[in-house]
Design a protein around this ligand. Structure first.
Ligand code: ATP
Ligand code: MG
Length: 646
């Protein structure tokens, strides 16, 4: 970490462009209907009301779900910071995803259209998903899985991955999904930490044409995991694999004796019973096992999916994340299913076989709502505008972004090339720990490139100094949230002390670990992680701001900025630059880029060192790992790299 954690950051990026919503968007929005039911016609006054009436708001949202028994207390804070929501209530999130819908016409609607890495497709209706989930749940019961047991899921993005997640939760067991691109040691560590009893995997899969031997990797991981009793294997490719007698079972062998009409009732769960453990992406350090529960998490995921993505019955929604990340949990599986949506699930990668793969998926399924990441957008920007231009993307009506700050020019590229200069972009800020989106525009609010804009209803986000005082408009500081919210994590699995630090770094507020500013017009901009802030001549600069100034140059696709010790300035800026296709590194270009930073954001941010590079170290979810770049550059130990890609 550079400098002292507890200093304000400076804001160097100024962004004037504002994109207001159209009156049609406002009129038809899901959130408009709710606001009107409470007597409001504008977001700001509704938001103010929500801060004073947060329990009324969340009661209203929770009532939209199915509960076996209603809650008696909306919120309990007797054992701070181990907050509880909807206590006394009983529900199962899976009942809300499936059982509820098969009692309505949604039964015959497609839940998922799947496209494989090789282009083959398969779709499941809600009814088919329900049947499969029931049968899979019975299979898991036969392997001894019961309420409270932990089950690891190490699978590719195939429909059975969704089924596995839902079947585990249906039984009241706890899933821990491990991204199918992780190596054996990462899988092993997560299984050990979660004390999982069963692991569900597949024989293997292709990702970007590359074979991944999931079962083999699982075998290697399980050699060192004392708790695993059974390995359940889904046959996806038909690879020749070995099954260990007594431990390993093929799903289709188990399924042969489980009838189509098998019904395994949803286990009635207390609101505060565990739903899943998910390990964070590890951008800043060792991954933590973030714990979420059935009640508050369900309410948060359902509400935000409805308000932020504004889903309607006819929408075809696609979130490009992997189920192995929290975005996949909340916005591929739980949020969309609770809303009865039709989604796309994609097994492949954006640039295989060509850099228009995503755009072809959108065209094929007539996707209307696209939720993706800055790293995805920047990666495809690199190949040029001609790739999206080959496809009919006219079905799209709403775009989203998550995972990192989106550089304003990447935002503009996204809106121009994918959103035909008219679609709204929901830049959604949240974390594994927050469970669901906390800061984001909705379709009725004005947008600003590079800004997640305003907090959602009841979310009291602020930017504060080291004493927890608001820094005021235009100044940088620490992003915090002042009051608990339903979908917040309940603890870090096996490490409650680590959980407590989130609420005690600054007294009584949630410390997010991101640097941010709120500009003169009230737009929140996340400047990067607190750990990545660079201190130059007494100024603290967010990594995103320096990087964004370079990304706005036409030759540049991606940038990582780090601070290096400097005898005069304290630290100076070094940037690593990936050029767009068609540009070559040269001393002239280096000069031009430095000049570009000087004229676009000022002398302070001009990098002393600039290195052209073909790639940057990223987490497997695609986030730039500045910590790793810094350590390599300074010859320091790199630390935990279990989540490093490649
Ligand atoms: P670790 O906590 O283990 O270092 P991580 O923070 O990358 O990993 P996640 O929970 O997946 O794990 O990511 C949350 C972080 O991603 C946020 O704290 C923030 O830094 C960044 N982020 C997510 N969405 C946005 C966004 N819309 N704008 C800016 N930053 C974002
Ligand atoms: Mg984090």
């Amino acid at each position: 970490m550079s400098g002292n954690l507890f200093e304000d950051t400076d804001s160097i990026l100024s962004e004037e462009r504002i994109f207001p919503p159209t009156s049609e968007m406002v009129a038809q929005a899901n959130i408009t209907a709710y606001m009107e039911s409470k007597g409001f016609s504008d977001y700001d006054s509704f938001y103010k009301w929500s801060l004073e009436n947060r329990f009324e708001f969340w009661d209203d949202m929770a009532k939209k779900l199915h509960w076996f028994e209603p809650w008696t207390n909306t919120f309990e804070w007797t054992n701070k910071p181990f907050f509880k929501w909807f206590t006394g209530g009983k529900l199962n999130i899976v009942y809300n995803c499936l059982d509820r819908h098969i009692q309505t016409p949604t039964r015959h609607k497609v839940a998922f259209h799947w496209e494989g890495d090789d282009g083959q497709t398969r779709s499941l209706t809600y009814e088919q998903l329900y049947i499969l989930t029931n049968r899979f749940a019975r299979g898991l019961q036969q392997l001894g899985v019961k309420k409270g047991d932990r089950v690891a899921i190490y699978m590719p993005a195939i429909l059975e991955q969704i089924v596995a997640v839902l079947a585990v939760a249906r039984l009241g067991a706890v899933h821990t999904v491990v991204f199918g691109g992780f190596a054996a040691n990462s899988l092993r560590d997560r299984i050990i930490d979660a004390e999982a009893k069963v692991v569900i995997t597949a024989d293997g899969n292709y990702r970007g044409g590359k074979l991944i031997q999931l079962k083999k990797i699982t075998d290697e991981a399980v050699l060192e995991t004392p708790t695993i009793e059974k390995v359940l294997v889904v046959k996806h490719l038909g690879l020749d694999i070995s099954l260990q007698e007594g431990r390993d079972v093929y799903w289709h062998d188990l399924a042969a004796d489980i009838p189509e009409d098998t019904f395994v009732p949803c286990e009635p769960m207390d609101s505060e019973d565990l739903l899943f453990i998910l390990y964070t992406s590890g951008s800043t350090g060792k991954p933590k096992g973030v714990v979420h529960v059935h009640g508050g998490y369900a309410v948060g995921a359902a509400t935000t999916t409805n308000f932020v993505f504004d889903l309607k019955d006819e929408d075809i929604y696609w979130c490009t994340a992997d189920v192995g990340w929290v975005t996949g949990h909340s916005y591929i599986i739980y949020g969309p299913l609770m809303n009865g949506a039709t989604s796309v699930l994609f097994e492949g990668v954006p640039s295989y076989p060509n850099p228009d793969r995503w755009w072809s998926v959108i065209e094929k399924f007539k996707v209307t709502v696209l939720y993706t990441s800055p790293t995805g957008i920047r990666g495809l920007m690199r190949f040029g505008e001609e790739w999206p231009a080959k496809h009919d993307l006219s079905s799209l009506r709403l775009l989203g972004s998550v995972g990192e700050p989106i550089n304003p020019e990447a935002w503009i590229w996204y809106r121009h090339n994918i959103g035909r200069d008219e679609l709204p972009i929901m830049d959604t800020w949240w974390q594994t720990e927050t469970g669901s989106i906390l800061i984001s525009p909705t379709i009725i609010q004005p947008l600003k490139p590079g800004s997640a804009t305003r907090p959602l209803p009841t979310i009291e986000a602020d930017v504060v100094d080291k004493n927890g005082q608001s820094v005021g408009l235009g100044k940088g500081g620490f992003l915090i949230v002042r009051h608990p919210w339903p979908s917040q994590m309940r603890t870090i699995y096996g490490d409650p002390a680590r959980y407590i630090t989130y609420w005690e770094t600054l007294p009584d507020v949630y410390f997010a670990g991101d640097a941010a500013t709120i500009d003169q017009e009230g737009f929140i901009r996340v400047q990067g992680r607190v750990d990545d802030v660079i201190k130059v001549s007494g100024h603290r600069l967010g990594s995103m701001e320096i990087e964004s100034s370079l990304v706005s140059h036409p030759a540049v696709a991606e940038v990582a900025a780090i601070g290096k010790p400097d005898p005069v300035k304290g630290e100076h800026v070094k940037v690593f630059v990936i050029l767009k296709n068609g540009f070559e590194p040269s001393p002239e270009l280096e000069k031009e880029l430095k000049l570009h930073v000087r004229t676009s954001v000022g002398a302070l941010a001009v990098p002393d060192e600039l290195e052209f590079t073909p790639s940057l170290p990223k987490t497997r979810s695609g986030k730039i790992m500045r910590r790793v770049i810094r350590a390599k550059e300074l010859g320091e130990p790199i630390g935990d790299t279990s989540t490093l890609d490649g």
